[in-house]
Design a protein around this ligand. Structure first.
Ligand SMILES: O=C(COP(=O)(O)O)[C@H](O)[C@H](O)COP(=O)(O)O
Ligand SMILES: [Mg+2]
Length: 401
């Protein structure tokens, strides 16, 4: 395969034939426009896109479109997106159109990918042999706590048994919780928890910022002791991620949050599926990526999610696999459903499902770990809860799905 192929679901406008609608996409995103052109030279033809396949599906059609590789500037993801995820979404001849997936040829996959990837993160935590799911937490409330109180919550979660702690997507460097002070406070407490428990714990600080400042912010975070960085990839852009992994050559994992993705991924007939977005995260160097949950609070198709997670782990230009993160509305009573649906190679993250535990964060973290242990030992959460108080109290509050 030397060209790039994109797959779209679409519903044409009532006066447009499906063949013409598919051609309209190929033309708009390559050498054409709505009319013929007097400026077109013969040699331009080499860059024409084409419709390779078209079939009916559901209430619409699925088209496979070929984009000649030469149309793309190797390594420039903003430019790639502008082709296969560009103007086509606004074409009036389509009532709805959704980018389902992309097949990138090797010469355009010229990225270094994740530095750690799933296995590297597992090695840091020491779960490469057991293969159990990681347990993570988002500090809640998502904004408002001071650095000192944030660190206290982080400490309680750490001693309770989480592997991973992260800022929420809207917390960056606001006055109520300055980033430098927060990192120092949290890392101080994490060092203490590591000393007490003998376990390694990661804290991902959200360094999301404008393009001209993000590398400087990442450097500052590392200087203050951060052992993981977090980026909101949709709001910051893939270039931000690439700047960290390739330009700056950071030596800590990068956790990728996808806030705002729902505007693209949610509608089954229009937008951009998670799959191409996830492939681009892998190319541009994310080590962990939110992809959704089976039983949580965000809406999406479990079937798509399972395949998205597989895609992050399957062979892809020799790049390291990305650790998928299930997050959003999880609690100990949902752990079983998540692992049985998504497998053990998953980070199970709970914010409210840990910090909302009747006995507080430490017990909430214990309950999450107990739910994972129950699954690994082949027991239901209810069985395990009989002699694990924290889990029992969590199940009493939130039930079991
Ligand atoms: O803060 C949370 C979840 O908090 P809580 O555990 O309290 O619900 C995350 O931002 C969501 O996971 C986003 O979900 P996704 O990444 O799937 O869009
Ligand atoms: Mg959040």
């Amino acid at each position: 395969m030397s060209d790039l192929f994109s797959y779209y679901y679409f519903r044409p406008r009532s006066d447009t034939k499906p063949e013409d609608a598919a051609i309209a996409i190929a033309e708009e995103e390559t050498t054409g426009t709505w009319t013929d052109l007097k400026t077109r030279k013969d040699y331009v033809k080499a860059l024409d896109g084409s419709v390779e396949e078209l079939h009916a599906e559901g209430d619409g059609y699925v088209a496979k479109i070929r984009y000649p590789a030469e149309i793309f500037e190797p390594g420039n993801i903003p430019q790639y997106l502008s082709v296969f995820a560009g103007n086509l979404f606004g074409l009036g001849r389509l009532d709805a159109v959704r980018l389902l997936d992309i097949d990138i040829p090797e010469k355009l996959a010229c990225f270094e990918g994740p530095l750690f990837g799933m296995k590297g993160v597992r090695r840091l935590i020491g779960t490469d042999k057991s293969g159990r799911p990681h347990v993570g937490t988002i500090i809640k409330p998502k904004v408002g706590l001071t650095p000192k109180d944030t660190a206290e919550v982080a400490y309680n979660a750490a001693v309770g048994g989480v592997d991973f702690i992260k800022d929420d997507e809207t917390l960056t460097d606001q006055a109520f919780c300055p980033m430098d002070e927060r990192i120092e406070a949290v890392m101080g407490k994490i060092d203490r928890a590591q000393g007490e428990t003998g376990r390694k714990i990661l804290y991902a600080v959200n360094i999301s910022d404008r393009a001209d400042r993000i590398v400087e912010r990442a450097e500052r975070a590392l200087e203050h002791g951060a052992n993981t960085l977090m980026v909101d990839v949709i709001t910051c852009g893939y270039s931000a991620l690439q700047a960290l992994s390739e330009e700056m050559k950071i030596n800590v994992p990068v956790h990728v949050h996808r806030t705002m993705h729902g505007a693209m991924t949610r509608m089954p007939e229009h937008g951009i599926a998670m799959r191409p977005l996830a492939r681009l995260v892998r190319l541009s160097g994310g080590d962990q990526l939110h992809t959704g949950t089976i039983s949580g609070k965000m809406g999406h198709s479990p079937e798509e999610l399972k395949r998205d997670n597989e895609i992050l782990k399957e062979d892809y230009f020799g790049l390291k696999p990305v650790f998928p993160v299930a997050s959003g509305g999880l609690h100990p009573g949902k752990v079983h459903a998540e692992i049985s649906g998504l497998g053990c190679d998953i980070v199970l993250q709970a914010g409210g499902g840990i910090h909302g535990h009747p006995d507080g964060t430490e017990s909430g973290a214990r309950a999450m770990r107990q739910a994972v242990d129950a699954y690994m030992e082949g027991l239901t959460a209810q069985e395990y809860a009989k002699d694990h108080t924290e889990l029992r109290k969590a199940l009493e509050k939130w039930g079991v799905r």
